[in-house]
Design a protein around this ligand. Structure first.
Ligand code: CP
Ligand code: NVA
Length: 339
């Protein structure tokens, strides 16, 4: 988590009138591993210890929700969404209520954040009313702008480049099945997108061997790959890159996502390029025996995955969806309740 010293006021997150505010600053270079979480913008701002603490807290919340029922009492969380959502919206709204707080949904699909007034002014208004900002956006820069100009934590609920809340839920799901994650083999097959990026970052940080399999031209951006390798060095994991669907051989979990994300307009072209990368029974048969199937959802059945795979007993897609709430609540507890 970014931990670059966002200040808190005595009111616990919401800045009071006249409270000292830090000047705008770059958020991407936050001190990793300082133990103090200030935002969740990307997984790569987390240390292996941050990740482990967050997953352990998520498991604790899931097991003993009553213990945290008033943790966010009197706190409000605004949710700004520039894109559609089922899972993220519902899991955050329900999750905040389960922590005793209040969630407010603000639909931004008609107009991007920063169009009516600057992102800076947006942030400086919101911090006067709410204790945290959860935002689903197109540009990662919108999130870094909100974080740089507000005194309250900002959580990335998906951007074109990252989906950290999804990755935390995914690792929680695997942790429940496997116990330890280090040394396990997980592959992502499909588009080298936001979900692939955050998943690979979290996976290697947890010590896993993560293989990303994409058609030529749809791989992870070069800088993203370099960042994942850095995280692998910190977490003891490994990144393997392939353009061969056959690289699913021996994988203990096989993950895919839609070939065309919400910000892509070239679905027909992508369907052709990705045709050989469908996760079907034939492909799953090449993976390790009993390999889990994972998907962030929504899924295009008959596209990136077939019914027989997504509906199989080895599919954990609805566990992943449920775990969104538990993982996100752990993030909110760390950001707003000092856990
Ligand atoms: N997985 C996920 O983020 O789902 P939504 O787009 O429905 O929120
Ligand atoms: N890659 C997808 C994820 C949806 C949860 C998208 O960005 O649309």
């Amino acid at each position: 988590m970014a931990a670059s010293g966002k200040r808190r006021t005595a009111r616990g997150g919401q800045s009071g009138r006249g409270a000292a505010r830090p000047a705008a600053r770059g958020r991407g270079s936050g001190k990793r591993g300082s133990g103090r979480m200030t935002d969740l913008l990307t997984i790569d701002a987390m240390s292996p210890a941050d990740l482990e603490r967050t997953l352990a807290l998520a498991a604790e919340f899931k097991a003993k929700p009553a213990k945290f029922a008033t943790a966010l009492k009197g706190k409000s969380v605004v949710m700004l969404f520039e894109k559609p959502s089922l899972r993220t919206r519902v899991s955050f709204e329900v999750g905040v209520v389960r922590l005793g707080g209040h969630a407010l949904f603000y639909d931004h699909q008609a107009q991007r954040i920063g169009a009516r007034e600057s992102v800076r002014d947006y942030a400086k208004n919101l911090e006067r009313w709410v204790h945290a900002i959860v935002a689903r956006v197109y540009e990662q820069g919108t999130l870094t702008g909100l974080a740089a100009h507000s005194n309250v934590p900002v959580v990335n609920a998906l951007s074109n480049e990252h989906h950290p809340c999804q990755a935390l839920a995914d690792l929680l799901t695997l942790r429940e099945r496997w116990g330890k994650l280090a040394g396990k083999r997980l592959c992502f097959i499909g588009d080298g997108n936001n979900v692939a990026t955050s998943l690979a970052q979290a996976g290697v940080l947890a010590g896993m061997i993560v293989t990303v399999i994409t058609p030529p031209g749809y791989g992870l951006p070069e800088a993203t790959e370099a960042k994942i390798r850095e995280l692998a060095a910190a977490g003891g994991g490994e990144l393997v890159i392939s353009e061969e669907p056959g690289a699913v051989a021996g994988q203990q979990a096989v993950y895919t996502d839609e070939w065309a994300s919400m910000h892509h307009a070239d679905g027909a072209k992508r369907a052709k390029a990705f045709a050989g990368y469908q996760v079907n029974a034939g492909l799953m048969a090449k993976a390790a025996r009993g390999a889990l199937f994972m998907h962030c959802l929504p899924a295009q059945r008959g596209g990136e995955v077939t019914d027989e795979v997504i509906d199989a007993p080895t599919s954990v897609v609805y566990d992943q969806a449920e775990n969104r709430m538990h993982a996100q609540n752990a993030v909110l507890l760390r950001l707003l309740a000092g856990k």
